[in-house]
Design a protein around this ligand. Structure first.
Ligand code: AP5
Length: 223
């Protein structure tokens, strides 16, 4: 499938479905997925990871934003690598402040892709965000995100690969609440406004069923 943009930025509060939708674009269309959350969690368990960088992960565990310099270091290298392979790149959670949006824009200009950027906002209330986060389970083996269900705590095995289902360290109620304070709708709106002002923003109702969101996102990317 030929996507009409080189850079797709998924914006949304924690739990709005950025990772879920990014996976559809990767699995169905072969796009590259750059999730700063995944890059930070990989750094956490990397025995060769830089100790100074690892110290900055304390903020993630507390539900706060991680230092900008670490985000740029991890994300820009991955984006550049995938653009060099000729891929379109879906950014998942990679931009969490207007300052970051501006810095990424400079990077996109340097990469020659600034005319091919679209931000897709997955809208969701802070209340629904909290409900989804504290029920989320992911597979420890294939990293699949198990679809939200009220009885998720009873599920132990991944239906796709048989791997063990785990709860992310930051999906406990205390940290989830902190994440919503630090990264919820009040913090998201200035970023959304930045992309809207540049004419690069489309919003999709993230509270719809997962496959309906997928259909709308894909329509936007092929129109
Ligand atoms: P990150 O891992 O990116 O976490 P997040 O932004 O909080 O986003 P989530 O992964 O929690 O949610 P999501 O939107 O991907 O939703 P998902 O698809 O999983 O970041 C972790 C931390 O790293 C941050 O807190 C911060 O500390 C740090 N960090 C990362 N990037 C940074 C940056 N740029 N700057 C500074 N710090 C940064 O879905 C959630 C649940 O909902 C799942 O159970 C799913 O099945 C369900 N669901 C999804 N869509 C639907 C739907 N339509 N209907 C019903 N259920 C749905």
């Amino acid at each position: 499938m030929s996507v009409n943009k080189k850079i797709i930025i998924l914006l949304g509060v924690p739990g709005s479905g950025k990772g879920t939708q990014a996976r559809f674009l990767v699995d169905d269309w072969g796009m590259a997925h750059v999730s700063t959350g995944d890059l930070l969690r990989a750094l956490e368990v990397d025995p060769n990871g830089d100790d100074n960088d690892k110290q900055k992960l304390a903020d993630m565990k507390a539900g706060k934003l991680v230092a900008d310099d670490l985000i740029y270091k991890l994300a820009f290298a991955e984006i550049e690598r995938n653009l060099a392979l000729g891929k379109s790149v879906v950014l998942d959670g990679a931009i969490r402040s207007v300052e970051q949006a501006q810095k990424y824009n400079e990077f996109f200009i340097a990469q020659g892709v600034n005319d091919s950027v679209l931000a897709i906002e997955l809208t969701l209330s802070d209340d629904l965000s909290f409900k989804r986060l504290i029920k989320r389970k992911v597979c420890a083996d294939c990293a699949d995100i198990i679809p939200y269900a009220v009885d998720n705590e009873t599920k132990t095995k991944c239906e796709k690969c048989g791997g063990k289902l785990i709860t992310r360290g930051d999906d406990n109620p205390t940290t989830a609440q902190k994440r919503i304070e630090e990264q919820g709708n009040a913090k998201l709106q200035p970023i959304v406004a930045y992309y809207r002002a540049g004419g690069h923003l489309v919003s999709v109702d993230g509270s719809q069923p997962i496959l309906d969101v997928d259909t709308q996102v894909k329509k936007i990317l092929t129109d």
